[in-house]
Write a protein that binds this ligand. Sequence first.
Ligand code: AMP
Length: 182
Amino acid sequence: MGAPGAGKGTQSKTLVDSLSIIQISTGDILRSAVEGESSLGLEAKAYLTAGNLVPDEIVIKIIEERIILDDCKKGFILDGFPRTREQAVALDEILKKNNMSLNSVVFIDVPEKELITRLLKRAEIENRPDDNLLVIKNRLEVFKKKIEGLLGYYKEKNLLKFVDGTGNSPEVNSRIVRALGI
Ligand code: AMP
């Protein structure tokens, strides 16, 4: 978990390479659905463009259908899910139903000023439709509204690892590896 621009995608990709497991990014799944103009994409498009959260039931269904596939058997990293307490509760139910459980929850912590700088830079490089200043600010607000509830949920379960997300990507990766004890 982490704010937009905290490095969730980058760090997940590094970890899946070293652990030989897969990454499930609800953001990537939704973006490719929007690009492919599937019915999911058409439903999700307005939320992504505005930087708002897609309704819980839609993302929960994506996860429910994804984690039962064969390539998840060895384990997976969820990137960008859950983002609300309701999603976290649903995730617990889905995992239980499939005899799975979470090993750890990593929160990548980056100060807001740096997040905005990173996101604006990414806007130039990747041309993501939701990386312009107005939408970025909205995404950060949406994140702030939900994060306390989520952190509380996982703190209670003793799963939460807080990692300093400043500095370069290999530095953050070693902090995560240390926090996870892998
Ligand atoms: P991300 O790439 O993780 O920053 O996600 C990009 C966008 O996809 C978000 O701004 C939301 O509109 C949507 N999205 C991704 N994951 C979720 C989620 N777990 N719940 C609701 N919306 C999501």
